[in-house]
Design a protein around this ligand. Structure first.
Ligand code: MN
Length: 217
């Protein structure tokens, strides 16, 4: 019974010090498979390296950055080349903006080739995202576990399965109070792509909230 899957009802996920909501059936699986194949093929995937304790390390995933002119992005001593929006990604952005009521000017795509790929504990709190960033995460392909850990209250942990076609919206003060990761999952053979949409602050713009205050879960 997947007829209504594309309508994707919104659910608010209760989380202290954060706004987190998601659309578990945002995109039907047949369509998600088409987007997955398209993005694997057309994306100029990069193998980023980060610097930890003076050592250059290859991150365990591939990624790529898309954005409007001026929407730069970097983390942990690496900077990604900015690609212009493709027609496909522009379409995806428009649809995600329509659903969430939020504007985005850039996208970080991640390709987790198998369960051996991962992303370590982090917050998406880069200065160019401004305070209280709002980030949309579209998941395509193999489901992966998404774990959350509160920065100062270790008893607060959550785990969510980000499955094919689901859309997650992280907002409020979440990036100040929570870290998240995609842990390695030995035995998982399939690949996952996440398209994470963000609103980067143009260089030199004044500090202040960027998020559309109407875009609440
Ligand atoms: Mn993240």
């Amino acid at each position: 019974m997947t007829l209504l899957a594309g309508l994707g009802g919104r659910e608010r996920l209760p989380l202290p010090d954060a706004e987190l909501c998601w659309w578990p059936g945002w995109m039907p699986s047949e369509e998600a498979a088409e987007w997955f194949a398209l993005l694997v093929g057309e994306t100029p995937w990069e193998q980023s390296e980060i610097t930890i304790a003076g050592r250059r390390l290859r991150i365990p995933r591939r990624n790529a950055w898309y954005g409007d002119p001026g929407a730069g992005y970097g983390y942990s001593g690496t900077r990604l080349a900015r690609n212009p929006w493709t027609p496909a990604l522009a379409t995806l952005r428009a649809r995600i903006q329509h659903t969430t009521g939020q504007s985005f000017n850039s996208a970080l795509l991640n390709w987790y080739r198998t369960g051996a790929d991962s992303v370590a504990w982090h917050s998406d709190d880069e200065p160019e995202l401004g305070p209280r960033p709002v980030i949309a995460v579209l998941s395509l392909g193999t489901a992966r576990r998404f774990e959350l850990r509160h920065r100062r209250r270790p008893e607060l942990r959550r785990s969510l399965t980000l499955h094919d076609g689901s859309l997650l919206l992280m907002g409020g003060a979440m990036q100040s109070h929570w870290r998240h990761r995609i842990p390695k999952q030995p035995g998982v053979e399939g690949a996952r792509i996440s398209a994470t949409l963000r609103l980067a602050r143009p260089p030199g713009s004044p500090r202040g909230p960027l998020a559309d205050p109407r875009a609440r879960c």
